[in-house]
Design a protein around this ligand. Structure first.
Ligand code: FES
Ligand SMILES: [Fe+2]
Length: 459
């Protein structure tokens, strides 16, 4: 069909589509990857005020952060009774605690006496009880009061009413989520259809092998949105153009809270002008410090780089005792990323299982913290120590983090390198808002439409 007869949002990048590639997969592809869930959501600009206004930020603090599910830590961060992890977002601070009976509880990080923060922000560790450092009020791990010094002076205090203020808490995929709302929608309902697409055990069977926290000079949404589309890949990561189908990425959204992208690896970008053989594509895949990939791989006659790479990962994982022989090429080599409103993104791919989280740093509208977690397979039943977070300042490179693949670190430097400029440019713009692509930036628009509903208290 000629483009002039297309309705808004119907145009697609020329060339092979994600669904075309899935047709060529060497294994049956699960139904969830065959779904397409896009519709045109309008084309008006997104006001820059959403990034530059402290007032807008303050309203998000009031209407978004206390009413949405956010992952705080992994179960393996708090394996034993008394282990705790503090999650901070804006002014809110929550203690996630493993209790005596093995359950996980969450509490507002605030003393019931005069409100003192009970544990330092961003801390984790073990304690026998939860004791306030100011006057020594002390709670059992289940949140009930244990002791109150000079109890004779508090005849007016009912002990049941000074239990720690509990916060809704639930677990999916080994991630411990909290929601500060008194009676939130159940977590699984909020995450729908993610749990139907990706089995919880896909994430449960992994552990935190690397955790990097990067400080950013931008609004938290600018940071998050940099990972909602692959439209930027051709310019920001031009080195990937020979092996990444950037403009052919598939975008989907579901309900209010979930969106997805499927970004295919192993095909050249439509912006790549040189003809690429499958062998050249495969060789490009091997760039970087990847010790799980053999040095010399050959694409057989009639085969594809995608198939060879997928098989390579299947064999590598088999050597470590797991069998993924039935898993499709796409689930191994492609980036399949699920965004969960407001600030988290889960990559389900076997070869590069990462998770992102974005949050404001303190009460600044133009300071954010980007958590990047790399998960690795955990031998079933074995306890593993999660990696400690490494904190990077704005100017520090991902490539300086011990254990970071320099090739991958460079890609994250490129992404985060745009963010301050995006923030500062928004503040000096000669127009009122950001203009979005109808298809490739639909997840950004979907995110903003949900944000609007929270801000208007329609959700
Ligand atoms: S403020 Fe916590 S015991 Fe006094
Ligand atoms: Fe990027």
């Amino acid at each position: 069909m000629s483009e002039k007869f297309l309705k808004p949002g119907e145009a697609r990048c020329p060339g092979v589509s994600v669904q075309d590639l899935l047709d060529q997969d060497s294994r049956p592809v699960p139904v969830y990857l065959r779904e397409q869930s896009y519709e045109f959501l309008g084309d008006e600009d997104i006001p820059y005020e959403r990034y530059t206004s402290k007032d807008y930020f303050d309203k998000e603090v009031e209407h978004v952060w206390p009413r949405t599910w956010q992952w705080t830590c992994r179960e393996e961060h708090i394996p034993e009774s008394g282990d705790y992890y503090v999650y901070d977002v804006g002014p809110y601070s929550v203690i996630v605690m493993r209790t005596e009976n093995g359950a996980i509880n969450a509490y507002r990080n605030s003393c019931m006496h005069r409100g003192t923060k009970l544990k330092p922000s961003f801390s984790s560790g073990w304690s026998e009880s939860i004791r306030c450092p100011y006057h020594g009020w002390d709670w059992h791990l289940d949140g009930s009061i244990k002791s109150l010094p000079c109890e004779w002076d508090f005849p007016h205090v009912d002990k049941d009413e000074i239990a720690l203020s509990s916060v809704a808490c639930d677990v999916w995929g080994g991630f411990v989520f909290i929601n500060l709302e008194a009676e939130p929608v159940p977590l699984l309902e909020y995450l729908h259809p993610l749990p139907a697409h990706i089995e919880s055990k896909v994430f449960e069977e992994r552990y935190v092998a690397q955790h990097i926290q990067k400080e950013l000079n931008c609004n938290w949404k600018i940071a998050s949105e940099a990972f909602l589309e692959a439209y930027h890949v051709m310019e920001t990561h031009s080195q990937l153009s020979r092996t990444n189908g950037d403009a052919n990425t598939q975008y989907d959204f579901y309900g209010d809270h979930i969106s997805r992208l499927i970004n295919v690896a192993g095909i050249p970008s439509t912006f790549c002008e040189e003809e690429q053989t499958e062998q050249q594509i495969l060789d490009m895949f091997l760039v970087g410090d990847r010790d799980d990939v053999a040095d010399e791989l050959v694409v057989p006659e009639g085969g594809t780089a995608r198939q060879v790479m997928a098989e390579q990962f299947r064999q590598g994982i088999k050597r470590s005792g797991q069998d993924i022989s039935e898993v499709s090429d796409s689930e191994i080599v492609d980036s399949i990323a699920y965004f969960v409103f407001p600030n988290q993104q889960f990559f389900s791919g076997v070869s590069f299982p990462i998770v992102y989280r974005f949050r404001p740093l303190g009460m600044s509208h133009d300071k954010a913290l980007f958590d990047l977690i790399l998960l690795k397979s955990r031998p079933p039943g074995e306890a593993v120590e999660p990696a400690e977070p490494v904190r990077l300042k704005v100017e520090e490179s991902y490539t300086t983090v011990p254990g970071m693949d320099p090739y991958v670190g460079h890609v994250f430097d490129q992404d985060t390198g745009n963010m301050q400029a995006a923030q500062e440019g928004a503040a000096t713009a000669g127009k009122s808002g950001a203009t979005l692509a109808n298809y490739q930036e639909i997840r950004v628009r979907h995110f903003h439409q949900t944000l609007t509903r929270y801000m208007e208290q329609a959700l």
